[in-house]
Design a protein around this ligand. Structure first.
Ligand SMILES: Nc1ncnc2c1ncn2[C@@H]1O[C@H](COP(=O)(O)OP(=O)(O)OP(=O)(O)O)[C@@H](O)[C@H]1O
Length: 257
């Protein structure tokens, strides 16, 4: 058993939203430890609180109950120490800035020196396979390429933790599967901890070491599934009996919810 401190500890996280005269209990008593370098998915149907949980981890919103600890510190300290990179469902790029300038932005904001900025942007462009597109504008790229720019930008400050909120859900199935493979190849290079929100069972299996299954009303952690598929994951694995068995197991874990 590993005695290392978990990267992210969620302890009895609850979240109640107040809207005018009603209250929505979005999350109830979610507790889980995420290890350093682990790839974890938050999986569940619409409204089960996946985004809420991710935003709480990122210190973008405060839980109404419970505590988040990141590497022994608070989520706020982790955010201020630039430990997070975040990728949202839509890429949120600046249309008037070229690809390389979009990736450069966080480095500029953090006052990184020009030579180092250039080196990091070059590295990131190669990492996400967009070296030939560095002088294009976001609107000249496909949706998948735009999301790769957003991933590169999220990685610019070398975050220990990459938080991804359904980053590929707006893409077609073929592009999505390809980006799943590319994301794993990027992750094997940067070796950080990834928390990935999705409502796709196959996507969560293909990517993850563990799948955290959330059930709705209120959002609770209903199952934690280890994914024993070896790494590196290959597209052939999607057709293996083991993969289909995992899909069935996870689907069954939703039954009766
Ligand atoms: N700002 C808010 N004010 C009030 N209720 C909210 C707010 N944000 C989320 N909720 C409610 O909290 C619950 C969880 O929402 P959340 O967006 O976290 O779910 P989700 O699993 O990410 O859903 P989706 O897959 O559709 O994005 C839902 O019932 C939602 O309506």
């Amino acid at each position: 058993m590993s005695l290392a401190t978990p990267e992210i500890q969620l302890d009895q996280i609850s979240m109640t939203y107040q809207t005018n005269d009603t209250e929505v209990l979005a999350l109830q008593d979610v507790s889980v430890d995420i290890q350093k370098g682990e790839f974890v998915s938050l999986l569940g149907p619409s409204g089960c609180g996946k985004t809420t949980l991710l935003r709480i981890m990122a210190d973008l919103i405060q839980p109404t109950g419970g505590e988040v600890t990141v590497d022994g510190s608070s989520a706020r300290e982790a955010r201020l120490a630039q430990k997070y990179g975040i990728v949202f469902q839509s890429p949120v790029l600046y249309d008037w800035r070229k690809v390389k300038q979009n990736i450069n932005l966080p480095l500029e904001l953090m006052g990184i020196e020009k030579k180092e900025r250039e080196q990091r942007v070059d590295y990131l462009l190669k990492l996400v396979g967009l070296d030939d597109f560095k002088n294009k504008y976001p609107w000249q790229l496909s949706g998948g390429m735009q999301q790769r720019v957003a991933i590169a930008r999220a990685l610019a400050m070398e975050p220990e933790i990459l938080l991804m909120d359904e980053p590929f859900s707006a893409l077609d199935e073929f592009t999505r599967e390809r980006l799943n493979e590319e994301l794993l190849s990027i992750w094997s290079e940067v070796n950080n901890t990834v928390v990935f929100v999705t409502h796709s069972i196959p996507e969560s299996i293909f990517l993850s070491d563990r799948v955290l299954v959330l059930s709705p009303h209120p959002g609770r952690l209903s199952a934690v599934m280890e994914i024993p598929l070896p790494r590196p994951r290959t597209k052939e694995m999607r057709n293996s009996p083991e993969f289909f068995q995992l899909i069935t197991t996870i689907r069954n874990s939703f039954e009766g919810v």
